[in-house]
Design a protein around this ligand. Structure first.
Ligand code: TRP
Length: 327
């Protein structure tokens, strides 16, 4: 099975990003052929500061490697190392009705949030479809908000094949990431825009303080507590072992335990999760050549696949290039 996903480089990641997507991406490397790329062309629709874009790309790459993405098992590359995707996006645009893009809800959401409605933002689903189709991907792990884009990709693959009378592009399926609710320190969904995140790579003290600041209700210390309505417990459930979760659940229900104790346990579990990647990240930061090597080596492998598919796409659609154009 070929798995593909794109990661938007949007700054430092938080626990919600990790549990919601990255952890699953990394786990899939054990069983499947995985292509993960950092979507720098997509990021240009929102990040227009060159230095910031460059540093975001590097940060995402290091974050994935620090959490255990193994470049021997999975490809991790820059979208821009496979220039054929922009060519395919154009070709797809010629077989895609404008009405399809008019229906994209994420475009409308982004514009509603104040992002400038550029043609790039509007064409975002075309580039995303090209990302997927150019590797003949089978499965695309994404969050709920991206499912419509995968459905559009399926449509575009069908339109291309129908228009040109050949089964060139493969219809991908979405693989929904586990829809877990990761609460932030204020109890709302953890999100950068709410300012309630627990970051993956803060110094241990900062993370601990952040955890100690999680909002809890005013149930008195002696009284039994409801684990199911507590953000501390919800987070603990996501990162502690099943035995630990069960033990804490009993203490909640028994009463006589303050939220401070639960937070301390959560802080310990968080440090167990975040400590080793923090150290690996520090090492990777000191070895930019290694990180660059991972990205460029993966990029070459991905591009080799993309070139084959593009040769079929050009052949089916009548686009001719010089034999030595890419050499
Ligand atoms: N749009 C995706 C997001 O915002 C990122 C992305 C770009 C992507 N191209 C992709 C995801 C291809 C999956 C497949 O998260």
């Amino acid at each position: 099975m070929r798995i593909l996903s794109g990661v938007q480089p949007s700054g430092r990641l938080h626990l919600g990003n990790y549990l919601g997507a990255m952890k699953q991406h990394i786990a899939l490397q054990e069983e499947h052929e995985c292509f993960y790329f950092i979507a720098n062309y997509h990021a240009m629709t929102t990040v227009q500061d060159a230095d910031l874009l460059r540093s975001h790309i590097r940060d995402v790459a290091i974050d994935y490697l620090a959490f255990g993405l193994d470049p021997q098992k999975a490809l991790l590359f820059r979208q821009s190392d496979v220039p054929e995707v922009t060519e395919l996006a154009w070709i797809l645009s010629t077989v895609t009705g404008k009405g399809l893009l008019d229906r994209a809800t994420s475009y409308k959401d982004r514009v509603a949030r104040g992002i400038s409605p550029s043609m790039g933002l509007y064409s975002y689903p075309l580039l995303m479809a090209a990302d997927i189709l150019i590797y003949r991907s089978d499965l695309v792990p994404v969050g709920k908000d991206q499912v419509q884009h995968i459905e559009m990709t399926q449509d575009m693959a069908g339109h291309f094949n129908n228009t040109h009378g050949r089964d060139v592009l493969k219809r991908p399926e979405p693989k929904l990431n586990d829809a877990m609710i990761v609460p932030g320190v204020d109890g709302q969904k953890m999100s950068k825009s709410y300012g309630n995140t627990i970051n993956l790579f803060d110094p241990p003290k900062t993370t601990r303080k952040r955890i100690m600041s999680i909002k809890t209700d005013s149930t008195p210390l002696e009284a039994p507590k409801d684990p199911d309505s507590c953000s501390v417990f919800a987070l603990y459930r996501l990162i502690a072992t099943p035995e630990e979760v069960e033990a804490l659940e009993e203490r909640y229900r028994a009463g006589g335990m303050g939220y401070g104790d639960a937070k301390k346990l959560l802080a310990e579990a968080a440090e167990r999760l975040l400590g080793p990647p923090r150290e690996r990240r520090a090492k990777l930061e000191g070895d930019p050549d290694y990180v660059e090597d991972v990205l460029s080596t993966s990029g070459k492998k991905a591009r080799a696949v993309a070139r084959e598919v593009m040769a079929d796409v050009r052949d089916a659609s009548g686009i001719v290039i010089s034999k030595d154009r890419d050499s």
